[in-house]
Design a protein around this ligand. Structure first.
Ligand code: AMP
Length: 222
């Protein structure tokens, strides 16, 4: 029951993936989160990935693929996983397909969350995180009680380096360029479903779950 949530940075993939994890009872794998953890811990992978991430570029396929497949093929994901941020390229998609096929699994559905470009840019550049506990805030939609300060632990709020305006623009452009072939591949396979990522968080989750339910019992494997 593997499911891929795909969409531009800022569209709410992380939030929705967490809600799908709860609703479907399968783990959520975010390669962005995993990579940031490697960077914070200073692992070899983190060191190799950091410069690419700072520029808003994709991390090279071989590094991400090994890290992601390691987790996807782990026993904790045997019943399926909500994929968030992987695969991002055709090379990664091919590696994923053969790894899943080797286990008698397949991507049941690819859900593409969308929103207008200006909305995405504002969502990204308005995000703030707590430097202490990692809580997330937004200058428009989730303001802290005291500006610039975490409600839970009082630490200073900071902007993620790759949420700065220019880097966010680069990430949005890179996403469009790099995911077109991926979307075309999944559209051809009949597993792609486009979902409107604007509006109430709960409504978006319901749209995603309805599309997944339709696709999970639908088309043949790639
Ligand atoms: P995200 O949190 O998904 O926006 O990812 C943050 C950054 O991590 C991206 O801008 C990339 O530099 C890197 N990254 C995450 N997933 C991948 C992937 N599947 N392939 C290449 N780079 C990735």
């Amino acid at each position: 029951m593997d499911l891929l949530l795909i969409g531009p940075p800022g569209v709410g993939k992380g939030t929705q993936a967490a809600r799908l994890r709860q609703a479907l009872g399968i783990p959520h794998l975010s390669t962005g989160d995993l990579l940031r953890r490697h960077v914070a811990q200073g692992t070899r992978l983190g060191t190799a990935a950091a410069a690419h991430m700072r520029r808003g570029d994709l991390v090279p396929d071989h590094l991400v693929t090994e890290m992601a497949l390691d987790r996807i093929l782990d026993v904790s994901c045997a019943a399926g996983v909500v994929l968030d941020g992987f695969p991002r390229t055709l090379t990664q998609a091919e590696a994923l397909d053969s790894a899943l096929a080797g286990e008698g699994r397949r991507l049941a559905a690819v859900l593409h969350l969308t929103a207008p470009g200006q909305t995405l840019l504002r969502r990204l550049t308005g995000r703030r995180i707590c430097g202490g506990c990692g809580n997330g805030y937004h200058l428009d939609t989730r303001k802290p009680r005291t500006p610039g300060q975490c409600d839970s632990c009082g630490h200073r709020l900071v902007q993620r380096g790759d949420d700065a305006t220019e880097t966010a623009r680069v990430r949005l452009r890179a996403h469009t360029r790099q995911t077109q072939p991926l979307l075309a591949r999944y559209r051809r396979a009949g597993v792609l479903h486009e979902i409107d990522g604007c509006g109430d968080v709960g409504d978006i989750t319901r749209r995603l779950l309805a599309a997944f339910a339709a696709h999970a019992t639908g088309p043949a494997p790639l």
